[in-house]
Design a protein around this ligand. Sequence first.
Ligand SMILES: *Cc1c(COP(=O)(O)O)cnc(C)c1O
Length: 432
Amino acid sequence: MKLYSTKNKSRYVSLKEAVMKGLPEDNGLYMPETIPQLPESFFTALRQMKLPDIGYEVSKALFQGEIPDSELRNIVTKALTFPAPLVKLNESTYILELFHGPSLAFKDFGARFMAQLMSYFNRNEDKELTILVATSGDTGGAVAAGFHNTPGINVVILYPSGKVSELQEKQLTTLGGNVKALEVLGTFDDCQALVKQAFLDKELNQNLRLSSANSINIARLIPQSFYYFEAWKQLPEGTRPVFVVPSGNFGNLTAGVLAKRMGLPVEHFVAATNVNDVVPEYVKTGKYTPRPSVQTISNAMDVGNPSNFERLQDIFSFTWNRFVDEISAYSLNDDETRAQMRECYESYNYILDPHGSVGYGAWKRYTRENGSSVGVILETAHPSKFIDEVESTLKTEVEIPDRLANLRERTKKAVQMTPTFKNLKDYLLGSH
Ligand SMILES: *Cc1c(COP(=O)(O)O)cnc(C)c1O
């Protein structure tokens, strides 16, 4: 497989280099040189295929032999261990539940696949790989679970003390083994600055093999395309759905567009955002104006300059007409989000989390403007992840899945440190 940087289309790297580096030096994003069209036979067989089979066929077409078939089979089998069921609300509205993984959000798909790929590319190294991650909460949990027990790889997670929820903290600090948590007595920005400095430090890089689990790594994007096929196979035969995607950094939506390019029958995409609405604004006006993010109840989408916007631009040849041909966009404020959560619960007895509620509201606006189609709304997190907000909005109790409830009982293990680079460096050099 060959990939180019969105900032330089004349220099190609291998899948291995793109995955292990994460980001090209020119600050662009890696994109596949060719997006293969999947054969008719794949779509005929799709209904009989399980999610790991779909992941295998899709990534095999993309990777073009860079990973041997038996290894690839092993990677998808280990990464895709939970389902993505489609729930029908009515004849024209379906919910794709992407929260059945260990951290209860769709980021598990990306994190687990990336962990398996990195472990494969790392297999002949005699020195361990250390993944450094700064997290403000959610990403860290998915990455920690994704890399847990991966041979040859250590994960060091830096999080701001007192600034993540109790459950998020437990997700980071209770796995043990190859996952180590550093509780930084500072802010998320401190954590991020420390990680950045570590990658630039000569002595650290001479002693350790460092890598990142950055959210824009192509290894996190590719597996997110799998569940668009998985959703389609569960729909009535012959359906061309509209996919509605609650969006922040727009990785999920970009993966959907990739699936469509590979031949998946998709009528249209709807990007759903909260008041961080730079993309809906771009769709409306043709102008893209990044700005600082605003805090909302759908906080995983509080993004003022979506990192994958550049990838979407690249796919649509930086042409507004092409972009809006395939993507509509709507934004909801917090009150509208709560109202949609209530409406869905009252109409269908189905509990959405705040992110899914934004998607639900965007879908209703789209159908009002465009008439009837079949919509698949991606539900990106389990409602119990946002239990306080959901329970106070719906005045009902939300069930907590066992895998989350069990966390409460586990004991936190973290090393506390003040945010100085010397502390981080001593820790990293001392623990290896
Ligand atoms: C990360 C996240 C999103 C946003 O996904 P992007 O790929 O960044 O657009 C939406 N919902 C939840 C629950 C998330 O964790």
